[in-house]
Design a binder for this molecule. Structure first.
Ligand SMILES: Nc1ncnc2c1ncn2[C@@H]1O[C@H](COP(=O)(O)OP(=O)(O)OP(=O)(O)O)[C@@H](O)[C@H]1O
Ligand SMILES: [Mg+2]
Ligand SMILES: [Zn+2]
Length: 280
């Protein structure tokens, strides 16, 4: 039966021929060769080349689409767990405005901050090995959270677990675990904070100092310091105020392992509201 047909492959048990017949791919319509498989011990059978009558190209396309879907699902889960929330979902280095309306000094400051944060995200693998983080300092609306969200989104898109926590809210959630019948336990919240690849603490120093605040932050910062796990913080405070707000032991550790990023420029929120903002 296989006489005159082109032999495509053979081994000890199976010979595969091209029958010369063609069927259209269900998706793109291209011709799929119908093959004849001959197994001397079992006889002959015809088989389509592509799975479910789709050609190899379409089959590969579906595998890639499936991989993309799985990737997107994982990214969405990591994003959810990060607590960044809907506002910063699409925040990236690409939608960062260089703010040409500002004075030269502020434009340079922003450019420097942008470069440092961007390089940090790109070289995160090295930063992680060394346990290195960043301290972004600047007034309200300067773009600190935007910058750290851009870092987080870039890393999350590569499936790196990042946890983002506005500190006042994080502390309230921890306090809530002390209540009777609390839904969460302190251990649950702490293990997220101490175990992730990158922890971003937003608005450090917005909470007034207390012994409890200092001790709670110390549990997190010291554990990550010892495990060489990086922390990024953003703050409205200057150095003195930061030390006073978090206590010298926390402050000391952070300044050892974090690079300063000065992003103290006029508020973008105000620039937008007053129509001063110019797109770059
Ligand atoms: N250079 C910029 N380009 C584009 N958007 C910006 C820029 N700077 C800030 N924004 C946007 O302005 C808003 C305020 O910025 P952001 O939240 O990052 O400020 P912040 O420094 O964290 O302020 P705060 O100390 O009050 O938390 C956000 O919506 C942010 O995306
Ligand atoms: Mg902020
Ligand atoms: Zn096809």
């Amino acid at each position: 039966m296989a006489e005159g047909m082109k032999l495509l492959s053979q081994d000890e048990h199976v010979k595969v021929y091209d029958t010369g017949e063609r069927v259209p791919c269900r998706d793109c319509g291209s011709a799929i060769p119908v093959k004849l498989t001959v197994m001397p011990c079992m006889g002959e059978m015809k088989a389509f080349t592509g799975k479910h009558e789709i050609c190899d190209e379409c089959s590969a396309k579906y595998s890639r689409q499936e991989e993309d879907r799985i990737h997107r699902e994982r990214v969405a889960k990591l994003y959810d767990a990060s607590w960044l929330g809907p506002r910063f979902m699409d925040t990236s280095f690409d939608n960062w405005n260089k703010r040409p309306e500002l004075d030269k000094k502020s434009v340079q400051k922003l450019e420097m901050a942008y470069q440092v944060c961007r390089s940090y995200a790109k070289g995160f693998r090295d930063a992680k090995l060394l346990g290195q983080g960043l301290i972004l300092m600047g007034g309200p609306g300067a773009g600190k959270t935007h910058m750290v969200a851009a870092i987080a989104n870039e890393l999350i898109s590569q499936l790196t677990p990042v946890i983002f926590r506005p500190v006042p809210f994080m502390l309230k959630r921890i306090q809530a675990t002390y209540k009777k019948n609390a839904a969460e336990t302190e251990d649950m919240l702490m293990s997220q904070l101490t175990g992730c690849d990158l922890l971003i603490l937003d608005d450090v120093g917005a909470e007034k100092w207390s012994e409890w605040v200092e001790a709670t932050l110390f549990t997190i910062i010291d554990e990550r310091y010892r495990q060489l796990l990086p922390v990024i913080i953003t703050t409205n405070c200057d150095l003195k105020e930061l030390e006073a707000a978090i206590g010298s032991r926390n402050f000391d550790r952070l300044i050892e392992v974090c690079r300063f990023v000065d992003i103290d420029v006029p508020s973008y929120r105000i620039a937008k509201a007053t129509g001063k903002e110019v797109s770059s």
